[in-house]
Design a protein around this ligand. Structure first.
Ligand code: SAM
Length: 284
């Protein structure tokens, strides 16, 4: 940080900067360096090893789209697994659905969970105390390789493919995810910004293709993940969930309504429309 600005240097040719009104906390010496600061435009900002993870201003977009799109598409999610997601925002959104009976968060860094519960409580908003929630501190890859559990939904809410998150972008992990899904199960993940991380989009698509019936992407515009639309990865054991009509999604949303600020059934359907340059990244 210099002169009251936090510079995020995720890319070697481009950076984004936040005016910091107050540095709130910093935790070093754990698996990752955790930082938290206050900004005028985005509220509280959480960083891991200097990279933005969550801002209280726009986290709702990311969390709603990774949770509600697969849940309403599937229609009967009862068991869910969040890989990563130590801030608790994804758990919060998943547990808004009364049909979800159990959700486990598999987070590699227990320090993130403790830090966020203490200093960023509005993100999990009590979700960790829900009787349906479980937290396992483990590497998501090891967990998925060893577990005999089955999930209707797996959300990979990870850091980018650098550091501990790198293994969550490998073919063997996706293969294990496919094994751990129920009949019409779905795995979604954050897959970076196609304009800047196009190779990531191509690689993930190719690594998943052999293991799922339906593989693709949908999009969300999250201001802090700069560079245009963010790609959210989609892979499912059946083609049915993605093909659900707008009418079917609307009727589920009306039957099981939840409060949202970004997600609507119309956004749900529209988010699967990909610009040509993104389609070109995943041409077979
Ligand atoms: N929304 C965020 C983003 O895209 O920038 C992700 C936020 S969430 C805090 C990411 C979490 O993934 C971190 O807490 C990190 O510790 C966790 N993580 C990274 N690699 C992991 C792994 N191999 N297994 C489980 N969790 C992992």
């Amino acid at each position: 940080m210099s002169q009251g600005w936090h510079h995020e240097r995720l890319y070697d040719h481009w950076q984004q900067s936040f005016l910091v009104t107050k540095e709130l906390h910093r935790s070093e010496g754990g698996l990752q360096e955790i930082g938290l600061f206050e900004t005028p435009g985005f509220g509280r900002v959480l960083t891991l090893d200097g990279v933005i993870q969550v801002t209280t201003g726009d986290e709702f977009i990311y969390h709603e789209m990774l949770a509600h799109v697969p849940i309403y598409a599937h229609g009967a999610v009862r068991t869910a697994c969040v890989v990563g997601g130590g801030d608790g925002g994804m758990l919060r959104e998943i547990l808004k659905h009364p049909g979800v009976e159990h959700a486990v968060v598999v987070e590699i860094d227990g320090g993130v969970v403790d830090f966020c519960r203490q200093y960023l409580p509005t993100v999990s908003a009590g979700a960790f105390d829900d009787s349906r929630a479980e937290v396992v501190i483990a590497d998501g890859v090891e967990f998925m390789r060893a577990t005999s559990r089955r999930f209707d939904l797996i959300v990979v809410d990870s850091t980018d493919p650098i550091g501990p998150g790198e293994v969550l972008f490998t073919e063997s992990f996706y293969k294990d995810c496919a094994r751990c899904l129920t009949g019409e199960g779905i795995v979604v993940n954050q897959n970076g910004v196609p304009f800047l991380q196009g190779q990531e989009v191509t690689d993930t698509y190719r690594r998943r293709k052999p293991h799922f019936a339906d593989v693709g992407y949908y999009l969300a515009a999250v201001p802090t993940y700069v560079g245009g639309f963010m790609a959210l990865g989609w892979a499912s054991k059946s083609a049915r969930p993605r093909a659900e009509t707008l009418e079917a999604i609307r009727s589920r949303f009306e039957r099981d309504p939840i409060p949202t600020r970004y997600y609507t059934p119309e956004i749900h359907k529209a988010s699967f429309a990909l610009p040509k340059f993104v389609q070109d990244l995943i041409r077979d």
